[in-house]
Design a protein around this ligand. Structure first.
Ligand code: NAD
Ligand code: DAU
Length: 348
């Protein structure tokens, strides 16, 4: 048996990773540690919560003594670290929370792993999940490779860049066995509706304005979340220690074009006239420091570890829209209470 600590497993990507590992590896004990912030939701894992190789612990990665106890109690052999504050707009309003969780929380986990493993690093691994935003912003040409210099612009990406540096520093200084992956924008089920795709699907359904930042010309590179989880599985098992792997689907979209695809897909499923919801598009003030373009070169992951995305974007978007429409109760649950306050502060 291997005891694997997955942090942030009640969040969007984390819940897909936990589900994949619990279902596919009965020989692993999966310990999901999550603080259940606004972004964490145990409803995301209802289907696997009763399985015998799964344990949930509520707790904060910023509490070092607690993390130390978790390593000792569960004899943790490997960590897949996803817990983070993840929304750029929130980082602009409250950067402290991002430094606290993303930098100090990661440092706590590294220190707890180092001390618990006590130089016996055989079969141990600290896998840190990062983002393409650490590389900064591209012009119209070029792709981020694993050698692109870090150039973060938002408090969120600055905190993720800092955590990546700490992870590499623990490899160089203490020999802690680490691996890092930097992924592009994810979409799919269970994403909190503060991020573009679930927010806009929900607003189109409810005939609410669609707040497009600036001119809608920024470009993102979208990957279906299940493909990210599959990449994490491959890197966890086959990744080379000390290495970084970029994850992306070579799937760039200008925001406004993507929004039109969302409108078309939702309108079609709801039986509305084609393009009826385009009237909801509302151009609003741009995000401060808005990165123009992200685009990932994931050639290394394909050539060295054999991973490729499994899904075409059109298919992924249709599946995703259907999931949000079929899961009204989940959407209603996460958009009640504090979400309303957040929405007012951010958009009204
Ligand atoms: P999310 O916001 O949906 O989930 C984050 C999870 O972390 C939540 O369950 C939350 O409760 C938990 N958490 C937050 N603070 C915590 C703390 N102090 N202690 C313990 N748990 C805490 O985020 P996500 O979109 O699933 O992203 C997961 C990871 O993947 C993050 O590290 C993010 O930087 C990275 N990432 C995200 C994307 C994306 O498109 N969403 C792309 C690339 C990388
Ligand atoms: O690239 C990976 C990153 O992708 C992850 O590290 C982050 O955790 C994740 O949140 C995401 O960051 P973005 O800022 O790219 O995602 P977001 O969904 O917030 O925004 C996508 C684009 O849509 C961006 O150009 C801003 C724009 N946007 C977003 C919102 C929420 C709007 O125009 N209007 C909006 O209301």
């Amino acid at each position: 048996m291997r005891n694997i600590l997955i942090t942030g497993g009640a969040g969007f990507i984390g819940s897909h990773v936990v589900r994949l590992f619990v279902n596919n590896y009965s020989e692993y004990n999966i310990v999901n540690l999550d603080a259940l912030t606004y972004a964490g939701n145990l409803e995301n894992l209802k289907d696997i919560e009763a399985l015998s190789n799964y344990t949930f612990i509520k707790g904060d990665i910023c509490d070092y003594n607690f993390i130390k106890e978790v390593f000792a109690k569960y004899s943790i052999d490997a960590v897949i670290h996803l817990a983070a504050e993840s929304h750029v707009d929130r980082s602009i309003k409250n950067p402290f929370a991002f430094a606290q969780t993303n930098i100090m929380g990661t440092l706590n986990l590294l220190e707890a792993a180092k001390n618990s493993w006590n130089n016996d690093f055989e079969n141990k691994l600290f896998y840190h999940i990062s983002t393409d935003e650490v590389y900064g912003s591209l012009g119209d040409k070029g792709l981020f490779t694993e050698n692109t210099p870090y150039d973060p612009h938002s408090p969120y990406s600055a905190s993720k860049a800092s955590s990546d540096h700490f992870v590499r520093a623990f490899y160089d200084t203490y020999g802690l066995p680490i691996v890092i992956s930097n992924c592009s924008n994810n979409y799919g089920s269970y994403q909190f509706p503060e991020k573009l795709i679930p927010l806009f699907i929900n607003n189109i359904c409810n005939n609410k304005p669609l707040p497009v930042y600036g001119k809608g010309e920024n470009i993102r590179d979208w990957l279906f979340v299940n493909d990210h989880a599959r990449a994490i599985d491959v890197i966890f098992h086959k990744g080379k220690l000390g290495e970084t792997y970029n994850i992306g689907g070579f799937n760039e979209w200008k925001n406004i074009d993507l929004i039109k695809v969302l409108i078309k897909t939702v309108d079609k499923i709801l039986g509305r006239e084609e393009g009826a919801s385009e009237k909801l598009i509302s151009y609003v003030k741009d995000r401060a420091g808005h990165d123009y373009r992200y685009a990932i070169d994931s050639t290394k992951l394909k050539e060295e570890l054999g991973w490729e995305p499994s899904l075409q974007f059109e298919e992924g978007i249709e599946k995703t829209v259907k999931w949000y429409l079929d899961n009204n109760a989940w959407v209603d649950n996460v958009t009640s209470g504090d979400y309303q306050k957040y929405y007012k502060e951010m958009y009204e």
